[in-house]
Ligand binder design. Structure first.
Ligand code: DAH
Length: 341
Protein backbone atom coordinates (compact mmCIF):
# COMPACT_ATOMS: atom_id res chain seq x y z
CA UNK A 1 0.00 0.00 0.00
CA UNK A 2 2.80 2.36 0.78
CA UNK A 3 4.08 1.77 -2.76
CA UNK A 4 0.81 3.02 -4.05
CA UNK A 5 1.07 6.07 -1.86
CA UNK A 6 4.62 6.76 -3.07
CA UNK A 7 3.31 6.47 -6.61
CA UNK A 8 0.59 9.01 -5.85
CA UNK A 9 3.11 11.39 -4.34
CA UNK A 10 5.34 11.07 -7.34
CA UNK A 11 2.45 11.66 -9.73
CA UNK A 12 1.41 14.77 -7.85
CA UNK A 13 4.95 16.17 -7.80
CA UNK A 14 5.30 15.67 -11.50
CA UNK A 15 1.99 17.28 -12.26
CA UNK A 16 2.58 20.23 -9.93
CA UNK A 17 5.97 20.76 -11.55
CA UNK A 18 4.22 21.31 -14.87
CA UNK A 19 1.80 23.94 -13.62
CA UNK A 20 2.46 27.32 -15.25
CA UNK A 21 -0.50 29.48 -14.24
CA UNK A 22 -3.19 30.24 -11.71
CA UNK A 23 -5.94 28.40 -13.58
CA UNK A 24 -3.82 25.30 -13.90
CA UNK A 25 -3.14 25.41 -10.16
CA UNK A 26 -6.88 25.49 -9.47
CA UNK A 27 -7.40 22.58 -11.85
CA UNK A 28 -4.68 20.63 -10.08
CA UNK A 29 -6.36 21.23 -6.74
CA UNK A 30 -9.70 19.96 -8.12
CA UNK A 31 -8.06 16.91 -9.63
CA UNK A 32 -6.35 15.88 -6.40
CA UNK A 33 -8.32 17.09 -3.42
CA UNK A 34 -11.65 18.13 -5.01
CA UNK A 35 -14.50 17.08 -2.74
CA UNK A 36 -16.34 15.02 -5.36
CA UNK A 37 -13.82 13.56 -7.73
CA UNK A 38 -10.41 14.33 -6.24
CA UNK A 39 -7.92 11.45 -6.66
CA UNK A 40 -6.96 11.62 -3.01
CA UNK A 41 -10.56 11.92 -1.87
CA UNK A 42 -11.38 8.73 -3.81
CA UNK A 43 -8.40 7.01 -2.24
CA UNK A 44 -9.65 7.96 1.25
CA UNK A 45 -13.02 6.39 0.46
CA UNK A 46 -11.40 2.97 -0.14
CA UNK A 47 -10.13 2.91 3.48
CA UNK A 48 -13.45 1.41 4.65
CA UNK A 49 -12.69 -1.77 2.78
CA UNK A 50 -9.44 -2.42 4.65
CA UNK A 51 -8.89 -4.35 7.83
CA UNK A 52 -8.84 -2.15 10.95
CA UNK A 53 -5.08 -2.59 11.19
CA UNK A 54 -4.34 -1.57 7.58
CA UNK A 55 -6.90 1.17 7.76
CA UNK A 56 -5.07 2.91 10.62
CA UNK A 57 -1.68 2.73 8.92
CA UNK A 58 -2.84 3.58 5.43
CA UNK A 59 -5.05 6.33 6.85
CA UNK A 60 -2.04 7.93 8.52
CA UNK A 61 0.02 7.75 5.34
CA UNK A 62 -2.78 9.15 3.25
CA UNK A 63 -3.40 11.99 5.69
CA UNK A 64 0.24 12.79 5.63
CA UNK A 65 0.28 12.85 1.85
CA UNK A 66 -2.83 15.01 1.86
CA UNK A 67 -1.10 17.58 4.10
CA UNK A 68 1.91 17.62 1.78
CA UNK A 69 -0.30 18.12 -1.23
CA UNK A 70 -2.30 20.90 0.45
CA UNK A 71 0.89 22.71 1.38
CA UNK A 72 2.28 22.43 -2.10
CA UNK A 73 -0.98 23.63 -3.62
CA UNK A 74 -1.09 26.66 -1.33
CA UNK A 75 2.48 27.52 -2.21
CA UNK A 76 1.72 27.28 -5.92
CA UNK A 77 -1.45 29.34 -5.62
CA UNK A 78 0.12 32.09 -3.55
CA UNK A 79 3.01 32.33 -6.00
CA UNK A 80 0.70 32.87 -8.94
CA UNK A 81 -1.56 35.25 -6.99
CA UNK A 82 1.45 37.38 -6.09
CA UNK A 83 2.56 37.47 -9.73
CA UNK A 84 -0.94 38.50 -10.80
CA UNK A 85 -1.02 41.29 -8.24
CA UNK A 86 2.32 42.61 -9.38
CA UNK A 87 1.19 42.60 -13.02
CA UNK A 88 -1.98 44.43 -12.09
CA UNK A 89 -0.10 47.04 -10.09
CA UNK A 90 2.26 47.60 -13.00
CA UNK A 91 -0.65 48.04 -15.43
CA UNK A 92 -2.42 50.49 -13.14
CA UNK A 93 0.59 52.65 -12.54
CA UNK A 94 -0.10 56.39 -12.93
CA UNK A 95 2.59 58.82 -13.97
CA UNK A 96 1.79 61.77 -11.74
CA UNK A 97 4.34 63.91 -13.55
CA UNK A 98 2.41 63.82 -16.88
CA UNK A 99 0.82 67.18 -17.82
CA UNK A 100 -3.01 67.29 -17.56
CA UNK A 101 -5.18 66.64 -20.60
CA UNK A 102 -6.88 69.63 -22.21
CA UNK A 103 -10.67 69.28 -22.14
CA UNK A 104 -12.08 71.04 -25.18
CA UNK A 105 -14.62 73.67 -24.07
CA UNK A 106 -16.85 75.69 -26.35
CA UNK A 107 -17.00 79.47 -26.41
CA UNK A 108 -19.22 82.22 -27.72
CA UNK A 109 -19.38 83.20 -31.37
CA UNK A 110 -17.62 86.50 -32.23
CA UNK A 111 -20.94 88.05 -33.26
CA UNK A 112 -22.43 87.07 -29.90
CA UNK A 113 -19.45 88.54 -28.05
CA UNK A 114 -19.81 91.81 -29.95
CA UNK A 115 -23.59 91.89 -29.43
CA UNK A 116 -23.14 91.39 -25.69
CA UNK A 117 -20.63 94.24 -25.47
CA UNK A 118 -23.06 96.57 -27.21
CA UNK A 119 -25.96 95.37 -25.06
CA UNK A 120 -23.96 95.97 -21.88
CA UNK A 121 -23.26 99.57 -22.86
CA UNK A 122 -26.89 100.39 -23.62
CA UNK A 123 -28.27 98.49 -20.66
CA UNK A 124 -25.99 100.59 -18.43
CA UNK A 125 -27.62 103.67 -20.02
CA UNK A 126 -31.09 102.44 -19.02
CA UNK A 127 -32.16 100.60 -22.18
CA UNK A 128 -34.25 97.40 -22.26
CA UNK A 129 -33.37 94.61 -24.66
CA UNK A 130 -36.29 93.91 -27.00
CA UNK A 131 -37.01 91.04 -29.34
CA UNK A 132 -39.24 90.77 -32.38
CA UNK A 133 -40.20 88.16 -34.97
CA UNK A 134 -37.97 87.41 -37.94
CA UNK A 135 -41.04 86.86 -40.13
CA UNK A 136 -43.15 89.99 -40.40
CA UNK A 137 -46.26 91.25 -42.11
CA UNK A 138 -46.21 94.15 -44.57
CA UNK A 139 -47.52 96.30 -41.76
CA UNK A 140 -44.43 95.92 -39.54
CA UNK A 141 -41.97 95.64 -42.42
CA UNK A 142 -43.15 98.72 -44.27
CA UNK A 143 -46.45 100.48 -43.53
CA UNK A 144 -45.82 101.21 -39.85
CA UNK A 145 -42.30 102.39 -40.71
CA UNK A 146 -43.71 105.00 -43.09
CA UNK A 147 -42.23 103.22 -46.10
CA UNK A 148 -44.31 104.27 -49.10
CA UNK A 149 -46.07 101.66 -51.25
CA UNK A 150 -43.74 102.38 -54.16
CA UNK A 151 -40.49 102.19 -52.17
CA UNK A 152 -37.84 99.90 -53.77
CA UNK A 153 -37.20 98.10 -50.46
CA UNK A 154 -40.62 96.49 -50.89
CA UNK A 155 -39.61 94.88 -54.15
CA UNK A 156 -39.24 91.16 -54.54
CA UNK A 157 -35.66 91.71 -55.65
CA UNK A 158 -34.68 93.04 -52.22
CA UNK A 159 -36.88 91.20 -49.75
CA UNK A 160 -37.43 87.49 -49.11
CA UNK A 161 -41.20 87.07 -49.38
CA UNK A 162 -42.86 84.00 -47.90
CA UNK A 163 -46.38 84.72 -49.05
CA UNK A 164 -47.82 87.90 -50.55
CA UNK A 165 -47.95 89.73 -47.22
CA UNK A 166 -45.35 87.88 -45.13
CA UNK A 167 -41.62 88.38 -45.50
CA UNK A 168 -38.37 87.89 -43.61
CA UNK A 169 -37.62 91.23 -41.98
CA UNK A 170 -34.94 93.18 -43.82
CA UNK A 171 -34.12 95.44 -40.87
CA UNK A 172 -34.53 95.40 -37.10
CA UNK A 173 -36.41 98.72 -37.35
CA UNK A 174 -39.55 96.53 -37.30
CA UNK A 175 -38.94 95.99 -33.57
CA UNK A 176 -39.41 99.75 -33.02
CA UNK A 177 -43.09 99.24 -33.82
CA UNK A 178 -43.48 96.17 -31.56
CA UNK A 179 -41.75 98.03 -28.72
CA UNK A 180 -44.03 101.05 -28.98
CA UNK A 181 -47.06 98.76 -29.05
CA UNK A 182 -45.85 96.86 -25.99
CA UNK A 183 -44.62 99.77 -23.87
CA UNK A 184 -45.78 103.28 -23.14
CA UNK A 185 -43.32 106.14 -23.46
CA UNK A 186 -40.97 107.04 -21.91
CA UNK A 187 -39.18 104.08 -23.45
CA UNK A 188 -35.59 103.14 -24.24
CA UNK A 189 -34.98 99.88 -26.05
CA UNK A 190 -32.35 98.18 -28.12
CA UNK A 191 -33.19 95.22 -30.34
CA UNK A 192 -30.38 93.03 -31.63
CA UNK A 193 -31.33 90.45 -34.22
CA UNK A 194 -30.97 88.79 -37.59
CA UNK A 195 -32.15 90.42 -40.78
CA UNK A 196 -32.44 89.10 -44.32
CA UNK A 197 -31.87 90.64 -47.73
CA UNK A 198 -31.67 89.20 -51.21
CA UNK A 199 -28.07 90.27 -51.69
CA UNK A 200 -25.65 88.24 -53.75
CA UNK A 201 -23.15 86.85 -51.24
CA UNK A 202 -19.62 88.22 -51.51
CA UNK A 203 -16.82 89.24 -49.14
CA UNK A 204 -18.88 92.11 -47.70
CA UNK A 205 -22.46 90.81 -48.18
CA UNK A 206 -24.37 87.90 -46.75
CA UNK A 207 -28.14 87.39 -47.25
CA UNK A 208 -28.48 87.07 -43.46
CA UNK A 209 -26.73 89.41 -41.07
CA UNK A 210 -27.08 91.08 -37.70
CA UNK A 211 -28.26 94.53 -36.70
CA UNK A 212 -28.81 96.31 -33.42
CA UNK A 213 -31.71 98.73 -33.39
CA UNK A 214 -32.08 101.49 -30.82
CA UNK A 215 -35.16 103.54 -29.95
CA UNK A 216 -35.82 106.17 -27.35
CA UNK A 217 -39.14 108.01 -26.98
CA UNK A 218 -39.59 110.57 -24.20
CA UNK A 219 -40.82 114.12 -23.72
CA UNK A 220 -38.55 116.84 -25.09
CA UNK A 221 -36.03 114.64 -26.91
CA UNK A 222 -33.93 116.46 -29.53
CA UNK A 223 -31.27 115.66 -32.11
CA UNK A 224 -28.75 116.72 -29.45
CA UNK A 225 -29.82 113.73 -27.32
CA UNK A 226 -29.28 111.40 -30.26
CA UNK A 227 -25.80 112.81 -30.87
CA UNK A 228 -24.88 112.68 -27.20
CA UNK A 229 -26.07 109.09 -26.88
CA UNK A 230 -24.14 107.92 -29.94
CA UNK A 231 -21.02 109.82 -28.84
CA UNK A 232 -21.18 108.15 -25.44
CA UNK A 233 -21.67 104.77 -27.05
CA UNK A 234 -18.68 104.99 -29.41
CA UNK A 235 -16.45 106.32 -26.63
CA UNK A 236 -17.32 103.34 -24.46
CA UNK A 237 -17.01 100.98 -27.38
CA UNK A 238 -13.79 102.20 -28.99
CA UNK A 239 -12.15 104.43 -26.37
CA UNK A 240 -12.61 107.98 -25.02
CA UNK A 241 -10.77 109.63 -27.92
CA UNK A 242 -13.32 108.42 -30.51
CA UNK A 243 -15.18 111.17 -32.41
CA UNK A 244 -18.47 110.96 -34.31
CA UNK A 245 -19.91 112.75 -37.30
CA UNK A 246 -23.46 112.86 -38.62
CA UNK A 247 -24.11 113.10 -42.35
CA UNK A 248 -27.65 114.04 -43.49
CA UNK A 249 -29.40 111.09 -45.07
CA UNK A 250 -32.87 109.75 -45.79
CA UNK A 251 -34.72 106.92 -44.10
CA UNK A 252 -38.54 106.94 -44.36
CA UNK A 253 -39.09 106.35 -40.62
CA UNK A 254 -37.03 109.31 -39.37
CA UNK A 255 -36.94 113.06 -40.01
CA UNK A 256 -34.31 114.36 -40.08
CA UNK A 257 -32.21 111.30 -40.82
CA UNK A 258 -28.44 110.91 -40.65
CA UNK A 259 -25.68 108.43 -41.29
CA UNK A 260 -23.31 108.06 -38.36
CA UNK A 261 -19.54 107.77 -38.81
CA UNK A 262 -16.97 107.42 -36.05
CA UNK A 263 -13.26 108.10 -36.15
CA UNK A 264 -11.27 104.98 -37.03
CA UNK A 265 -10.43 102.88 -33.97
CA UNK A 266 -7.24 101.73 -35.67
CA UNK A 267 -5.53 104.93 -36.79
CA UNK A 268 -7.53 107.45 -34.76
CA UNK A 269 -8.53 109.36 -37.89
CA UNK A 270 -5.30 109.82 -39.83
CA UNK A 271 -6.27 107.19 -42.42
CA UNK A 272 -5.29 103.54 -42.67
CA UNK A 273 -6.27 100.26 -44.29
CA UNK A 274 -9.19 99.67 -41.90
CA UNK A 275 -10.89 103.01 -42.73
CA UNK A 276 -9.68 102.89 -46.34
CA UNK A 277 -7.67 106.05 -45.80
CA UNK A 278 -10.63 108.27 -44.85
CA UNK A 279 -10.11 108.26 -41.08
CA UNK A 280 -13.85 107.50 -40.62
CA UNK A 281 -15.86 104.30 -40.34
CA UNK A 282 -19.58 104.06 -41.14
CA UNK A 283 -21.63 102.88 -38.22
CA UNK A 284 -25.26 102.96 -39.42
CA UNK A 285 -28.35 105.09 -39.80
CA UNK A 286 -30.21 107.22 -37.31
CA UNK A 287 -32.64 110.08 -36.95
CA UNK A 288 -35.57 111.60 -35.11
CA UNK A 289 -38.58 109.24 -35.16
CA UNK A 290 -40.96 110.39 -37.91
CA UNK A 291 -44.28 111.83 -36.60
CA UNK A 292 -46.15 109.40 -38.88
CA UNK A 293 -44.47 106.44 -37.13
CA UNK A 294 -45.41 107.76 -33.68
CA UNK A 295 -48.98 108.49 -34.78
CA UNK A 296 -49.28 105.01 -36.31
CA UNK A 297 -48.82 103.40 -32.90
CA UNK A 298 -51.00 105.91 -31.09
CA UNK A 299 -48.30 108.18 -29.65
CA UNK A 300 -48.94 111.92 -29.93
CA UNK A 301 -45.91 113.48 -31.72
CA UNK A 302 -46.71 116.85 -30.16
CA UNK A 303 -46.25 115.35 -26.72
CA UNK A 304 -43.41 112.90 -27.36
CA UNK A 305 -40.39 112.91 -29.59
CA UNK A 306 -37.72 110.27 -29.99
CA UNK A 307 -34.68 109.10 -31.83
CA UNK A 308 -33.77 105.81 -33.45
CA UNK A 309 -30.62 104.25 -34.83
CA UNK A 310 -29.57 101.00 -36.44
CA UNK A 311 -26.10 99.47 -36.57
CA UNK A 312 -24.77 96.52 -38.53
CA UNK A 313 -22.79 94.01 -36.49
CA UNK A 314 -21.14 91.97 -39.22
CA UNK A 315 -19.01 94.62 -40.89
CA UNK A 316 -18.05 96.01 -37.52
CA UNK A 317 -16.99 92.52 -36.45
CA UNK A 318 -15.02 92.07 -39.69
CA UNK A 319 -13.23 95.42 -39.19
CA UNK A 320 -12.44 94.82 -35.54
CA UNK A 321 -10.99 91.36 -36.14
CA UNK A 322 -9.47 92.09 -39.54
CA UNK A 323 -11.62 89.53 -41.39
CA UNK A 324 -11.37 89.78 -45.15
CA UNK A 325 -14.69 87.97 -45.73
CA UNK A 326 -17.82 88.27 -43.55
CA UNK A 327 -19.10 84.92 -44.80
CA UNK A 328 -16.48 83.32 -42.55
CA UNK A 329 -18.79 84.25 -39.67
CA UNK A 330 -21.48 81.85 -40.87
CA UNK A 331 -19.54 78.86 -42.15
CA UNK A 332 -19.06 77.38 -38.67
CA UNK A 333 -15.55 76.34 -39.54
CA UNK A 334 -14.10 75.39 -36.19
CA UNK A 335 -10.58 76.42 -37.26
CA UNK A 336 -11.87 79.95 -37.79
CA UNK A 337 -14.09 80.14 -34.72
CA UNK A 338 -11.43 78.79 -32.36
CA UNK A 339 -9.46 82.01 -32.79
CA UNK A 340 -12.05 83.96 -30.77
CA UNK A 341 -11.60 82.07 -27.52
N1 DAH B 1 -32.88 100.18 -40.77
C1 DAH B 1 -31.84 100.91 -41.46
C2 DAH B 1 -31.06 99.97 -42.37
O1 DAH B 1 -31.18 98.78 -42.22
C3 DAH B 1 -30.89 101.52 -40.49
C4 DAH B 1 -31.54 102.62 -39.71
C5 DAH B 1 -31.57 103.93 -40.21
C6 DAH B 1 -32.16 102.36 -38.50
C7 DAH B 1 -32.14 104.96 -39.52
C8 DAH B 1 -32.77 103.40 -37.80
C9 DAH B 1 -32.75 104.69 -38.32
O2 DAH B 1 -33.37 103.21 -36.63
O3 DAH B 1 -33.32 105.70 -37.60
O4 DAH B 1 -30.36 100.41 -43.22
Amino acid sequence: MSDRIDQLREDFRRESGEVTGEQEATALRDRWVGRKSGLLTAEMKTLGRLSPEDRRLTGQLLNHLKEEIEQELELLESRFAAARELAQLASEQIDVTLPGRHLPAGHLHPITLLRQRIEDIFVSMGYHIEDGPEIETDFYNFDALNIPAIHPARSRQDTFYITGKLALRSQTSTVQIHSMQRRQPPLRVIAPGRVFRRDTPDATHNPMFYQVEGLLVERGITLGDLKGTIEEFVRRMFGPQTRTRFRPSYFPFVEPGAEIDYSCFKCGGTGCRVCKGSGWIEMGGSGMVHPNVLRGVGIDPDEYTGFAFGLGLDRLCALMYGLDDIRLLYENDIRFLEQFR
